[in-house]
Design a protein around this ligand. Sequence first.
Ligand SMILES: Nc1ncnc2c1ncn2[C@@H]1O[C@H](COP(=O)(O)OP(=O)(O)O)[C@@H](O)[C@H]1O
Ligand SMILES: Nc1ccn([C@H]2C[C@H](O)[C@@H](COP(=O)(O)OP(=O)(O)O)O2)c(=O)n1
Length: 220
Amino acid sequence: MRKITVAVDGPSGSGKSSVSKETARRLGAAYLDTGAMYRAVTWHALDAGTDLSDAEAVAAAVKAADLFISTDPDVERITIHGTDVTEAIREPFVSEAVSAVATNLAARAELVARQRAIIAAHERIVAEGRDITTVVAPDADARILLTASEEARLRRRGLQLGGTQSDAELQAQVLVRDAKDSTVVDFHVAADGVATVDSSEMDFEQTVTAVLEAIKAQAD
Ligand SMILES: Nc1ncnc2c1ncn2[C@@H]1O[C@H](COP(=O)(O)OP(=O)(O)O)[C@@H](O)[C@H]1O
Ligand SMILES: Nc1ccn([C@H]2C[C@H](O)[C@@H](COP(=O)(O)OP(=O)(O)O)O2)c(=O)n1
């Protein structure tokens, strides 16, 4: 099988994780959820009582993090210092705190280096996040920005969390977080050479098909 690296970026709730994972399965490729890495180090910092407003303490915690993430699209598993946090990192309290790590430039540099090493270790991989097309893997064979309207993204995240969140809570976890994260990386506008797939009016299957077509157009 031919070597291929696919980079996917986009805002919260655009469908990056679910669509990239299914795309990886169809390509027989590995899958890397870089957001899960930011979430895991945030979970650990909170658990350890690290002051998230202390940039040096956050950076030190990220550098020391013993982090494992599965790259099998059929096995969702992430551990930090031996603790399985696969479920815990999806909790709203992590979503609301994660930008403190994502906007810390030293923490980003550490995670970017680890993400590049994971990508380099795989012949075929789909990696998704906020800065994969621009910083982590700008030389990827195919680069895609997956977008969706604010309304679609809020609705999807609300459904995903089982209708447990109020409108204000969803806004904090999706829109406020994106606004904070956008101060360090631009994931709303496609960089040169990056194809945009707008999933607002598409269902899941149509989005996967559109992403596979965009990959074919770039990588062939
Ligand atoms: N094109 C789509 N149409 C409808 N629902 C979608 C679509 N893409 C993703 N979803 C659903 O929206 C939710 C959020 O998607 P997710 O992949 O977690 O987004 P992200 O990783 O960008 O935050 C999931 O429940 C997913 O199944
Ligand atoms: N490559 C990445 C991936 C995620 N992040 C940050 C930004 C997000 O707030 C968090 C969590 O990302 P995640 O992809 O899990 O978030 P969503 O599922 O899109 O809501 O990590 C980042 O800064 N750079």
